[in-house]
Design a protein around this ligand. Structure first.
Ligand SMILES: [Zn+2]
Length: 104
């Protein structure tokens, strides 16, 4: 049985390994490609090296959804329910508990 693989995304080595772990926790096998080239690049730090994430073609939409759901907003935001300022890593308003962009 042959699985057709497609490229899901490319990312730096640290990010790629993070995504790989998260996706494999969801039952989606991930193959990292490009790491074998790294021997020749020498001193590049892991946050610069680019690798590709490949998944089975039929799992790509699911994997894409998981990746999208990992895109936690990093920018600060203002709660529209109470106008309180929140840091980007908060998903709920620290003041009133409203979801970002939603009224209570
Ligand atoms: Zn609020």
């Amino acid at each position: 049985m042959e699985d057709r693989k497609v490229m899901l995304a490319s990312a730096n080595l640290l990010q790629a390994h993070t995504w790989k772990g998260l996706l494999e926790n969801q039952g989606i096998p991930v193959e990292l490609r490009g790491e074998t080239l790294l021997g020749a690049t020498g001193e590049l730090p892991a946050d610069v090296q680019q690798v590709e994430l490949w998944v089975n073609a039929e799992q790509k939409p699911l994997a894409r959804d998981h990746l999208d759901s990992l895109q936690v907003p990093k920018e600060d935001w203002v709660c529209i329910a109470c106008n309180e300022h929140n840091e980007g890593n908060f998903e709920l308003c620290w003041n009133c508990g409203a979801e970002q962009g939603k009224q209570l």
